[in-house]
Design a binder for this molecule. Structure first.
Ligand SMILES: Cc1cc2nc3c(=O)[nH]c(=O)nc-3n(C[C@H](O)[C@H](O)[C@H](O)COP(=O)(O)OP(=O)(O)OC[C@H]3O[C@@H](n4cnc5c(N)ncnc54)[C@H](O)[C@@H]3O)c2cc1C
Length: 382
């Protein structure tokens, strides 16, 4: 039985421990799903997770609003990622895609949440563009005021759930000021005229991903989230909540790699004895366990700090994401090594973890960007 003593750490309450146990049991029964058609797999995952209530923490309950619980999001992502990366993806995007609506939406806009929290609608977060990924404030897509609405023109790319989403949170330049202060956020239903899928993008760990084209997409002013010019602040507030959860997903992948490696070392015989008796193997296992625990401390610290009332956790979330994703990559690489040929064999869990982890060091702020954020926070505070 893998070590789960971290659940006794003081960051958690009994409700988190109960969630971890119940979700683990659910995952063992329901995951992984067949990934051959990722669109279908994601739709199935969202429907199943919604049906059984697991999507509720991804957004606020409009009838009973309370802040999003980041520890719940982290424990859920970590557990799902340990069982099936695509299930983690399906869960995470329901939160990221609606985060702006949860945090800043009107009561009317929050009607979307009734559908996304129950798995009846799929959501997406459309921030990146072909010429502005890390440099978000430089985005080119425009939203021009026209009568009682806006007209959106331009492109978004790398949009997770692009092609299967029912609703997109879209960020576009409204021009109140240059750069970051001239961006606004909009809720755009997928069927809106002029919104099209320009290209489906394939990556090493497949999930639904697309470049979106906005060809004079007309939306009413009622879909504007917050005030004109608030978009960048809204996007950063959403990332402030969800960035530590990317670290949690990485932690789930790393835990799985460690669990599999411990099992492999115990079961596999080399030179007449279990592999686990080789001291260099023990060295790898020790390094992996150390990285997993250190990453867990940073992830749970960030989540706990947010949940206990911190206005912003920019530094804590950046540290959690940077450390947990970079270290998970190293842990998984060691797992590949310990599994020998089976570590790179297609269709095997270690090989899929090796592919799954890579993008987490790029999206929601690449590792290098997190370093810049941390340095600015540290130097700004002194
Ligand atoms: C699988 C996947 C899913 C994604 N899902 C979404 C989504 O749902 N919604 C969405 O809006 N976007 C999404 N993205 C886009 C993602 O956020 C961007 O890819 C990311 O922000 C990097 O932007 P870029 O690809 O344009 O790379 P660039 O901005 O060109 O950056 C390339 C590299 O330059 C380096 N770099 C950048 N800035 C700095 C700096 N300040 N200092 C030092 N080095 C730096 C980093 O190493 C970085 O990786 C997704 C991406 C991937 C791969």
């Amino acid at each position: 039985m893998p070590d789960r003593s971290f659940l006794n750490w003081p960051f958690f309450e009994d409700r988190h421990r109960e969630l971890a146990e119940n979700l683990d049991a659910w995952c063992a029964k329901n995951l992984p799903v067949d990934h051959h058609d990722v669109d279908m797999a994601c739709r199935e995952l969202v429907a199943k997770l919604g049906r059984d209530g697991w999507l509720k923490p991804t957004a606020i309950d409009p009838d009973n609003p309370a802040p999003l619980d980041v520890r719940t999001l982290c424990i859920t992502r970590e557990t799902l990622a340990r069982h099936d990366g695509l299930a983690d993806f399906a869960f995470a995007m329901q939160g990221l895609g609606t985060g702006a609506i949860s945090l800043f939406g009107t009561r009317d806009q929050q009607r979307w949440l009734e559908r996304t929290r129950t798995g009846q609608a799929i959501s997406a977060f459309a921030l990146s563009e072909p010429r502005s990924g890390s440099d978000v404030a430089n985005m080119e897509m425009t939203a021009v005021r026209d009568g009682d609405g806006y007209v959106l023109s331009g492109e978004k790319t790398w949009i997770s759930n692009g092609g299967i989403a029912d609703v997109y949170t879209v960020f576009a330049r409204t021009g109140e000021a240059p750069g970051a202060k001239g961006i606004s956020a909009f809720i755009v239903p997928a069927e809106t005229k002029g919104l099209g899928i320009a290209e489906r993008l394939e990556v090493i760990a497949p999930h639904p991903l697309a470049r979106l084209a906005f060809d004079n997409v007309r939306v009413p002013a009622s879909v504007l989230i917050g005030k004109p010019g608030d978009g960048f602040r809204i996007a950063m507030s959403v990332l402030d909540v969800f960035r530590s959860t990317v670290g949690a997903a990485a932690l789930g992948f790393a835990r799985r790699a460690l669990d599999e490696s411990v099992r492999r070392a115990a079961e596999r015989k080399l030179f007449g004895a279990p592999m686990a008796e080789l001291q260099m193997v023990q060295g790898h296992i020790a390094d992996m366990a150390l990285d997993v625990d250190a990453a867990a401390l940073l992830v749970y610290r960030a989540a706990w700090t947010k949940d206990t009332g911190a206005e912003r956790v920019t530094r804590e979330a950046a540290m959690a994401k940077l450390f947990a994703t970079d270290k998970a990559q190293e842990v998984i690489d060691k797992a590949v090594q310990l599994h020998g040929g089976d570590g790179v064999r297609k269709g095997y869990i270690i090989e899929s973890l090796y592919r799954e982890i890579r993008a987490l060091r790029i999206y929601e702020g690449a590792s290098d960007v997190q370093k810049v954020v941390i340095a600015r926070q540290v130097m700004g505070a002194s």
